[in-house]
Write a protein of this length. Structure first.
Lengths: 168, 539
């Protein structure tokens, strides 16, 4: 099963390598990892998707918490989470395929961000599932290149994962 | 003031009296500033042993040990020592010099990415970029090393940062690390649950590990188990928490442990793990224990709970507080029938006769004699291999300590560890026991022993074999011995004498006994070589 973890870390050089090093040496498999700064520029948020079971997730949470620059770790509930991935997809549009690709793009809600005589590049931000659907629809036309970000996720509703101090 | 002087001032402010190290170009500004301080520097013979000596010092003094090395090979040589301290949760502050910060990443002479290399073995590490950060970083490093679950913290400082002038030095700064707030108080509901579980159980035991030493909770442990009459087994890191002859102490468990301890955990219906991480050598099949018994796991590190053994009642907290809460609130006593059963078994096994061997020293009875003859607060530093097992199971600790590399099993640990232990507590007798293999991994430290004029006793269990591997090859590899014969070893007595250290070789229990008397009488270092049968087993 896949689990999504939201991790707040101090925004220092070297923190990413501490976190990724932990994954490899404890034998956790990273599906995807995305990092960016938060509303507080001294803090970054990592969204990490891991493949595992409950034991793995519990261990991961505890081991991440042991890293000094890690401020907060939260495993996100799949049903209570908004998760998105951003993709750029370059599709061949030779031999009159352009219309088809444009229609698919419109249907799925992708934006066309670059046009050449023989290609269209689409920008698509959605769930991992819908991204896969779009890819499947475009594949027959010839996908030249794809780039996808790691998944980013936030809890639904008014709650926020904030840095909180654990009791002394 | 320069960054280097600020480093020294930080150490002074932390109350550091002794530091272990080995200089080099990239750490020269610091070494220069060190001359004018009151800190005594111990020059080891290889950097790895600076970390081991700092570890021995920390374990006896109860404060972080400090070790220092230069950049590149100096720093990488420290790694095994850092990793050994990390596995055994020993607080160290490790200082390394680094090449000039504008040259970082250019592969210049003696450059190594030591914060990167040490990442898996340090509790935390710093690469200092600005001299002004030195006081804060040192303060944080000592705080992180010594609180929560202790461990080594590395500070890597480029030479230009050491030379940079800082306007003012203020060490009176509060430590506030947003991601580091170790919990100390145990959850009171969980503590109540333990007391309820105790009342329902029939065959409780407590398994004590090195965490009890880290928490300085020896009195609390003893108070709790004596009040509730709970039998105690210990891990290798927990040896000495209770005196070996304490009626409730059943000895060390595990693959190299003793029968009374292993049978007790097999029969128990409630197991309290106190500061023990349930390593594979202590409990081979932790799942089975948890099926048979209610498992209570008390540890300051939440990540240890449930890692190796499923826990029914987890308690995260400082053992000193948790154990004293438990004894304060629990008026229950373990069923006398159970306590009798396990303590009788201990008494039976202790009566098993050990036979002398013609032409050799018998190591188990030797360790018993040694412990009897040493003072009650003596420190024994055991190395790794058969000598460790003979020591662990037969050296009776009274008010003293048993120090060894438990988690990492680092050969060569005993002599540098003993150097650190002796310097931490000069009045106590300190003895290092090693094999002929492990001695040769650290024998260069005889130089340190002489330079410091340490009254250190060293025993070599000389069986001309890497005995533990030999045993493994006998058992699992059809007695095909591969690379375990230590031919070509020097005459150890002559080596010691070359350093001016009195030494003697013995080959019978009687000779050994009188040599122990000479060794302990002798005011100063002494080396004793015991001839051990090459086929003699660990257990």
């Amino acid at each position: 099963m896949k689990y999504t973890m939201s991790v707040l870390v101090e925004n220092h050089a070297g923190v990413l390598s501490k976190v990724s090093g932990l994954f490899s040496r404890r034998g956790f498999n990273i599906d995807s990892l995305a990092v960016g700064i938060t509303e507080d520029p001294s803090i970054s948020r990592m969204t990490i998707v891991v493949e595992g079971d409950e034991y793995i997730v519990e261990q991961l949470e505890k081991q991440l918490n042991k890293l000094i620059p890690v401020i907060k770790v939260k495993a996100l509930e799949p049903n209570e989470t908004i998760a998105r991935t951003l993709s750029l997809i370059k599709v061949s549009t030779g031999k009159g395929k352009r219309e088809d690709v444009m229609r698919i793009s419109e249907l799925m809600g992708a934006r066309i961000v670059d046009v050449t005589g023989s290609t269209l590049t689409l920008e698509f931000s959605d769930t991992a599932d819908r991204t896969e659907t779009l890819e499947n629809l475009l594949r027959p036309y010839g996908i030249k290149e794809i780039v996808r970000t790691g998944i980013i996720a936030l809890e639904k509703g008014p709650n926020a994962t904030r840095p909180s101090k654990r009791p002394q | 003031m320069t960054g280097a002087l600020a480093m020294v001032k930080c150490l002074e402010q932390e109350g550091v009296r002794i530091a272990f190290g080995y200089p080099g170009a990239a750490i020269c500004p610091f070494y220069d500033a060190l001359i004018d301080s009151g800190i005594h520097h111990v020059l080891v013979r290889t950097e790895q042993n600076a970390a081991h000596a700092a570890s021995g010092y920390a374990r006896i003094s109860g404060v972080p040990g400090v070790c220092i090395a230069t950049s590149g090979p100096g720093a990488t040589n420290l790694l095994t020592g850092i990793a050994s301290a990390y596995m055994d949760s020993i607080p160290l502050v490790v200082i390394t010099g680094q090449v000039r910060s504008d040259l970082l990443g250019r592969d210049v002479f003696q450059e190594a990415d030591i914060t990167g290399a040490a990442e898996p073995f340090t509790k935390h590490s710093y690469l200092v970029k600005r001299a002004g950060d030195i006081p804060r970083i040192f303060k944080e490093a000592f705080h992180i090393a010594s609180t929560g679950r202790p461990g080594p913290v590395l500070i890597d400082i480029p030479i230009d940062v050491q030379k940079t002038e800082i306007p003012d030095f203020d060490y009176n700064i509060p430590v506030d690390i947003i991601g580091y707030k170790p919990r100390s108080l145990g959850n009171s509901l969980q503590i109540k649950k333990v007391i309820e579980a105790l009342k329902e159980c029939h065959r409780p035991i407590l398994c004590a590990g090195g965490g009890v030493f880290s928490a300085k909770a020896l009195d609390e442990l003893r108070g709790f188990v004596e009040k509730c009459e709970i039998p105690v087994i210990c891990t290798m890191m927990g040896i000495g928490l209770l005196p070996s002859d304490h009626p409730l102490n059943l000895g060390m468990l595990g693959s190299h442990g003793c029968v009374p301890a292993n049978k007790a955990i097999r029969d128990a219906d409630l197991v309290i793990l106190a500061g023990a991480r349930v390593g594979d050598r202590a409990v081979a099949s932790p799942g089975q224990v948890a099926e048979r018994a209610v498992v209570v796991h008390i540890d300051i590190d939440p990540a240890e709970i449930g890692k190796n053994m499923p826990a029914h009642i987890p308690i995260v907290g400082d053992l000193r507080l948790v154990l004293s809460e438990l004894s304060k609130n629990c008026d229950w006593k373990a069923p006398a029938e159970w306590v009798e059963q396990v303590t009788d078994r201990k008494a039976r096994y202790s009566k098993v006769e050990i036979h002398a061997i013609e032409g050799y020293v018998e190591p188990k009875s030797f360790m018993r004699t040694l412990s009897r003859k040493m003072e009650s607060d003596a420190v024994l530093c055991a190395d790794v291999g058969q000598n460790q097992i003979w020591s662990a199971n037969n050296f009776a600790v009274r008010d003293g300590r048993f120090l060894t590399s438990g988690g990492m099993g680092t050969m060569g640990y005993s002599i540098p560890c003993a150097v650190g232990a002796k310097l931490a507590s000069p009045k106590r007798q300190v003895c290092a026991v090693c094999g002929d293999g492990s001695f040769q991994m650290s024998m260069m430290e005889l130089g340190t022993v002489c330079q410091e004029g340490l009254d250190l006793k060293i025993v070599i269990m000389h069986n001309t074999r890497l005995g533990m591997v030999r045993e493994l090859q006998d058992r699992l590899y059809s007695c095909r011995h591969s690379a375990v014969y230590l031919d070509g070893s020097p005459d150890f007595v002559a080596v010691a004498k070359a350093y001016g250290i009195p030494a003697v070789a013995v080959s019978s229990n009687e000779e050994a006994e009188s040599a122990i008397d000479d060794m302990l009488k002798n005011d100063g270092p002494f080396l004793m070589v015991c001839r051990i049968s090459p086929d003699y087993p660990s257990l």
